[in-house]
Design a binder for this molecule. Structure first.
Ligand SMILES: [Zn+2]
Length: 321
């Protein structure tokens, strides 16, 4: 809607009398000051167009200092829009809405993330408040209360419980141990804490949102490998950056083919060598291969022999100072 200039001038020069005894006049009745603001006008329009309730604002979530993907998941849960058994059953995609993990109740988002036996065990180990008082909170309030109390660990727990549930459904022969889920959640929470403590302003704009610099006086090699099994080709690449996000060194090369985990371990080892060659011994090494990471921290009980040589080299380097 375009208003004529004369009308605009009339509106902006109008100052309604706020005195009760003042003679009748026209004013903006949708906020306490009786003066029009863009915000109150926008909220009014939303109410007209989409029946939006200003008291139902989601700002408490969007302004939360947690990862965007967790905010998205919480929002979907609170809109009953994640593909739980209950959700799929209501759309006639499956017959039974029972939780496939505990077989004890309908698998709603709340059951899956909060009440399911498997979720409860994780929350307990993550020391998230599960008191009797909290038990009576409805789902949304329960999320808000816990996010306020234990922001990073609750957000990470929420995310990894959902991932664990999906892994149980889609990889039934390779389910994750509770220890692994707890470790992943704690690691995510700790990593997020480090990122938040680090000044990201000095990073190159192209790196913000996709890469986080290491803490002060620490360097970070990012390592990755690729494998084309059918062509018998494998290669790796590493890039080393400092706490300002500045590029220091990089390397890449073809390597003998092995399993993808072996190639990723090789990339990590070369990344550590790169950092060491640069004269730095405070290193945070980043990889996108969870299995390689778990092998390095010796979380896997049955360590494949093929990896021993590389794992020993990496373990040895981690001891250097
Ligand atoms: Zn369940």
């Amino acid at each position: 809607m375009v208003l004529p200039e004369s009308l605009k001038l009339d509106i902006t020069s109008h100052h309604p009398s706020l005195l009760e005894a003042a003679e009748p006049n026209w004013y903006w009745g949708l906020n306490d000051t009786m003066i029009y603001t863009t915000r109150s006008g926008y909220e009014w329009l939303l109410g007209q167009k989409v029946q939006w309730d200003a008291n139902e604002s989601w700002l408490w979530l969007w302004r939360m200092n947690i990862l965007e993907k967790v905010k998205g998941l919480i929002w979907l849960c609170l809109h009953n829009a994640i593909p739980t058994a209950s959700f799929r059953s209501s759309r006639n995609l499956i017959i039974m809405d029972i939780c496939p993990r505990c077989n004890e109740a309908s698998e709603t988002a709340e059951h899956c993330l909060r009440f399911c036996t498997k979720a409860q065990l994780i929350w307990k180990r993550l020391e998230v408040e599960m008191s009797r008082r909290n038990a009576f909170l409805e789902f949304r309030a329960w999320i808000r209360v816990n996010l306020r109390a234990t922001k990073a660990i609750f957000a990470a727990g929420f995310w990894w419980i959902w991932r664990d549930r999906n892994n149980d459904i889609f990889n039934p022969n390779d389910s994750w141990s509770m220890k692994k889920v707890i470790m992943l959640a704690r690691h995510s929470a700790a990593e997020y804490g480090i990122v938040k403590c680090t000044n990201q302003v000095s990073s190159h704009p192209s790196l913000i949102d996709s890469w986080c610099p290491p803490p002060l006086h620490v360097v970070k090699p990012n390592c990755d490998a690729s494998l084309f099994e059918q062509q018998h080709l494998a290669s790796f690449g590493c890039v080393l950056r400092n706490d300002f996000g500045k590029w220091l060194l990089s390397c890449s090369a073809s390597i003998p083919t092995g399993s993808i985990t072996w190639c990723e371990l090789y990339a990590i080892w070369r990344g550590l060598c790169l950092a060491w060659d640069c004269g730095d011994n405070e290193i945070i090494c980043e990889t996108d291969c969870l299995e390689a990471y778990l092998l390095i921290i010796k979380d896997f009980a049955g360590m494949p022999r093929d990896y021993n040589d590389l794992l020993l080299k990496i373990a040895e380097m981690m001891q250097w100072n």
